[in-house]
Design a binder for this molecule. Sequence first.
Ligand SMILES: Cc1cc2nc3c(=O)[nH]c(=O)nc-3n(C[C@H](O)[C@H](O)[C@H](O)COP(=O)(O)OP(=O)(O)OC[C@H]3O[C@@H](n4cnc5c(N)ncnc54)[C@H](O)[C@@H]3O)c2cc1C
Length: 416
Amino acid sequence: MKDIIGKLNTHDKDVHIWGAGYSGLILGYYLKKQGYKVHLYEISNKIGGKIGTNKTFAGPAETGANAFYMNEDALELFNELKLSPVPASKKLKKLLLIDGKVRRPFHPSILSKLMFNLHKRPPLITDGLTVGDFFDPLMGKENVEKYVSPLLGGVYATASEKLHFKSVFGHVDETTQYSSYFEFLKKVLNKIKKNEQLKISGSVTFEGGMQTLINTLGENLKQEIKLNYKTPFELKKNTILCTDAQTASRLLSHVKPEISEELKRIHYQPLSTTTVFTKRDIKCLNKAFGILMPFESNLNSIGIINNKAIFPANHENINSYTFISRSLSRKNDFLTDIQYLQSDLSNDDVEHVESKFWENAIPVYDLQRYLSVKKIHQLLRNESGLAIFGNYVGSISLREMLVSAKSFSLKNRLHT
Ligand SMILES: Cc1cc2nc3c(=O)[nH]c(=O)nc-3n(C[C@H](O)[C@H](O)[C@H](O)COP(=O)(O)OP(=O)(O)OC[C@H]3O[C@@H](n4cnc5c(N)ncnc54)[C@H](O)[C@@H]3O)c2cc1C
């Protein structure tokens, strides 16, 4: 269920999009390409929403998304936009904090447990199944918390016991009963392998950071975007909401109360991003993508991204680490975390800090979100002229949102 909700009236050329974050921009881009006359309304004084790169004297600092995971559609889009993606370094170590120690995710003891249970039949995939329920029989509850929660937490910031299985793994295929965990993992790995065969694969950014992607989309829609747009909401013939779910709920409260109620049920996880530029490097993170922590660890962060190792071209001679935490970070939280990893680093080693707190950072991909989105799909099934998009509809990832936007524009071709 990754589709944008609703459909357009394809006989009407004008389309009114509310919100010029990534979802509004990418959808605006594809609809304009189809010949629609796009009107893009943004309440703030800038485009991009949760994507932005602050240029500081010490180096670039991403305030939200730091990378785009490639696929074929992204390759095609970046060619169209004449954007040259900067690929992430390959073969970086992925680290986890396990029992208070920095480790590779799959060390021998967990691997042998996995091998032993791979033949087991996983649970039936029902609407109520969580990621935790699915993996418990394979590796046990404790190991799910130690390994699976932090690994998926790096994307969803939600524990496996709450994370909705179909929402996270629904793209693998439509199977409702895998014969074994082996069959499931083979399908996941095949999916990853397919993307790795592309000319440019894996994570990418751009010269100037993620802001460059936003600026380029913005340039393409220069005539269509209205910033600081405070005019009260009006449901016009072709209206698309590309805000967060809570805002969409408020906008629709009088005109579509039933949909508004469902949107209100979608919850959000707050997140802080703190980018720290240091004079010395954190040794255990050398040649590592970063490190992920269990939510209940001794550290304040749930993940630390090693920006220089991932994108050396954008961080020449700069040690830059981004600390992600699930609440508003206090001033020295990052220092406590650094010192946990390397006790001889101190405030004197810190050159600059850039912080950003997002109250509604990412939607919680739980059963409630799934049921609400399903219900709204049903409510809009027989209507045209209203559509709903954003990272709570089908996927948080920029790549999957691109796929949804492109496919929506093709399904809603303008009748001229
Ligand atoms: C810390 C963090 C790290 C992330 N890292 C990655 C990553 O590395 N890779 C990845 O693929 N994804 C990542 N994501 C997810 C990705 O960034 C988001 O899913 C995506 O940017 C969300 O875009 P959106 O358009 O749905 O929402 P938003 O970015 O929230 O955009 C909504 C827009 O609507 C506007 N708006 C609000 N109210 C109104 C109104 N009344 N009228 C008009 N406009 C309005 C807002 O000002 C905003 O511009 C990350 C997210 C976060 C928070």
